[in-house]
Design a protein around this ligand. Sequence first.
Ligand SMILES: Cc1cc2nc3c(=O)[nH]c(=O)nc-3n(C[C@H](O)[C@H](O)[C@H](O)COP(=O)(O)OP(=O)(O)OC[C@H]3O[C@@H](n4cnc5c(N)ncnc54)[C@H](O)[C@@H]3O)c2cc1C
Length: 407
Amino acid sequence: MSEALKSSIYDIVVIGAGIVGLSTAWQLLQRYPKYRILLVEKELEVGMHQTGHNSGVIHAGVYYAPGSLKADFCQRGAKATKAFCLQHGIEFNQCGKLLVATNALEKERMEALYLRCQENGLEVHQLDQNQLKEREPNVKGVAALFVPSTGIVSYQKICQKLAELFVQKGGELRLNTEVQNLDESHERVAITLNNDVVHTSYLVSCGGLMADRLTKMLNIPTDFQIIPFRGEYYQLPAKHNHLVNHLIYPIPDPDLPFLGVHLTRMIDGSVTVGPNAVQGWKREGYGRINIDLRDVFDMVRFPGFWKLLMNHWRTGLMETKNSWYKPGYLAQVRKYCDLVSLDDLQAYPAGIRAQAVMNDGSLVHDFLFSQSARTLHVCNAPSPAATSAFPIGAYIIDKLDEQMTSV
Ligand SMILES: Cc1cc2nc3c(=O)[nH]c(=O)nc-3n(C[C@H](O)[C@H](O)[C@H](O)COP(=O)(O)OP(=O)(O)OC[C@H]3O[C@@H](n4cnc5c(N)ncnc54)[C@H](O)[C@@H]3O)c2cc1C
């Protein structure tokens, strides 16, 4: 084997330096300290997409079906995230969260969520109207759930620390490097980058909004596609930085994977409102009218997209209207906090969720993975994947371990 070929061969390559890829790469190096491990990221910095455009909440695990990967990963992930922050001096705040019911239907749904919290073994308290007022004088509702363990953090800071540790331990991080093609043979996987070709014994892809395209490069049979859902935020002016003491969430529609517009205390002391969930026309385009022809073409060719539209057209229209009509957006917050006015809604960057949708139009609620003999792909890593990144990484490594012994 020539020296040039030898130097381009890695034991494991990880694609994507969002929080899932970084947590995986860092834990891989701890499990296999002698391996050559490469982490490839197409952007100039780590954590530039979903991980750098989210609410920064360390979720406790309120909503997730008992026994699901989400329920398990979220609870273990919240503990691991806080432990990592403590170990590395990253600021976080366990400010707790209130889920506020504003009418009888929401109270009924809230009670179902209370039972779910109990099934998931979470500490949760039911508050009546007076107890809610005591905790949150500026919030109105008929009842609430109080979850003390929910916290806030900057996931981008966690990513920066993970990247630093990964490189310090001998991992190779290539930024500004896009994976353009993958080719798997019996012995290894060839990876065509924008500036090089490298080879690896094993590959893990954590491509977020591009997850389906990476699996398609290997012709792995899958029956999902990523549909981008914009999450638009506003920021409140500094005079409202102490408007709320906790994170304030509405009671969500149990049929949808999105949590509803909430008041979020951010780790920098500000308060944001959002995010909504609006159909996006560009996977990694953050402006409201960004359109990418390839993204649109892929979407309209996908039968699941049309079925999704048919199933949720009413919600879709409402979300789109409120996206363009600020008073509509405001009404969602004023339902539980009427001190927020139209002038308080100041511009703030949007995020875009990578939501896997199946061919039959159903939204994938849980984490989803796919595999070939030498590759493993994270296909759906929706919220709370930032909270869950450490156990997701450990799960991937266990799966990879099984692959290594069976190949
Ligand atoms: C609006 C919003 C709010 C959220 N709020 C929360 C929250 O409060 N708490 C929580 O736990 N979760 C939250 N989430 C979910 C969480 O942010 C994501 O689930 C998580 O960040 C996913 O991480 P990731 O590493 O899988 O994806 P990403 O962060 O999107 O990273 C994927 C990376 O892969 C790279 N990539 C893709 N294709 C290629 C290629 N071909 N070559 C090289 N690199 C490539 C991309 O550039 C990107 O950096 C939120 C998400 C959104 C959008």
